[in-house]
Design a protein around this ligand. Structure first.
Ligand SMILES: C[S@@+](CC[C@H](N)C(=O)[O-])C[C@H]1O[C@@H](n2cnc3c(N)ncnc32)[C@H](O)[C@@H]1O
Length: 235
């Protein structure tokens, strides 16, 4: 993994094993993605196990997505590309407490990782970052985005709205306050019936917490070298 400094005071840029970049937060002492492959992880855990699962399993024509931790915008960007490819309307609400500055996000190499992107698809990632906070914007013909600049613990979650939750917080040992039954009960209540929360985390304590809230769990193979990931369904 190659490490480079960025202009942001508290993050460094890394190249992960699949060639895509991620960031390391000095404040949290954690990377934003798996060091074995940022783009692989995002596609596997959030796009395929969450978003595409709803297309295949429930034939949804409109999918409401909540993301916990927008970070580099990788999941938002991939979701917008997915919506364009499948001609499915998506609405994304993503929350971030520590937005990155453009000098950092401009260095991310995600655009060069996917083949056959046209110019507007390449421009999309920087448009995601430059769009206003707390305002709904249209990213492409199928994607609406609202970025909320706030703390996920104090954000008011609407009831019974989301079909998919990309739960992409830092790990439980880094941010235990985001893996409590109290907080996850709020997220559970914000989901529609048959909604799916996906996370890279497959720790026993987390899976027991999800089951205690009422989720049914699908244990799925994880991305890259990871044995397992978790999909929690509001049945
Ligand atoms: C694992 S990274 C997210 C990766 C992101 N989805 C991506 O694709 O780059 C976790 C993110 O959650 C943000 N975060 C941490 N604590 C938060 C909080 N209490 N409220 C909102 N965002 C938070 C961090 O700043 C970081 O961007």
């Amino acid at each position: 993994m190659n490490k480079q400094q960025t202009d942001h005071p508290s993050v460094s840029l890394y190249q992960t094993a699949d060639g895509s970049h991620t960031l390391e937060s000095q404040a949290y002492g954690a990377t934003y993605h798996s060091i074995f492959g940022a783009i692989d992880e995002s596609i596997h855990v959030f796009i395929m196990a969450g978003l595409d699962y709803q297309r295949v399993q429930h034939h949804r024509e409109h999918i409401n997505i909540l993301e916990i931790g927008m970070g580099t915008g990788l999941n938002v960007w991939l979701a917008a590309l997915w919506a364009d490819k499948h001609h499915i309307n998506i609405t994304i609400h993503t929350i971030e407490k520590h937005p990155l500055d453009p000098t950092t996000t401009d260095k991310l190499n995600f655009n060069s990782m996917l083949p056959h992107l046209n110019d507007s698809q390449k421009r999309l990632l920087s448009e995601i970052h430059s769009s206003d906070w707390n305002t709904e914007v249209k990213l492409n013909s199928y994607t609406s985005l609202t970025k909320y600049h706030c703390d996920v613990l104090t954000h008011p979650y609407p009831p019974d709205l989301y079909d998919v939750i990309f739960f992409d917080a830092f790990a439980p040992n880094t941010q235990p306050e985001l893996w409590t039954p109290e907080y996850h009960t709020l997220l559970y209540q914000s989901m529609q019936k048959n909604g799916a929360l996906t996370t890279y985390c497959a720790k026993g304590v987390v899976k027991r917490m999800f089951k205690g809230i009422g989720y049914q769990l699908d244990q799925l193979p994880g991305p890259n070298r990871k044995h397992e990931m978790t999909r929690a369904i509001k049945a």
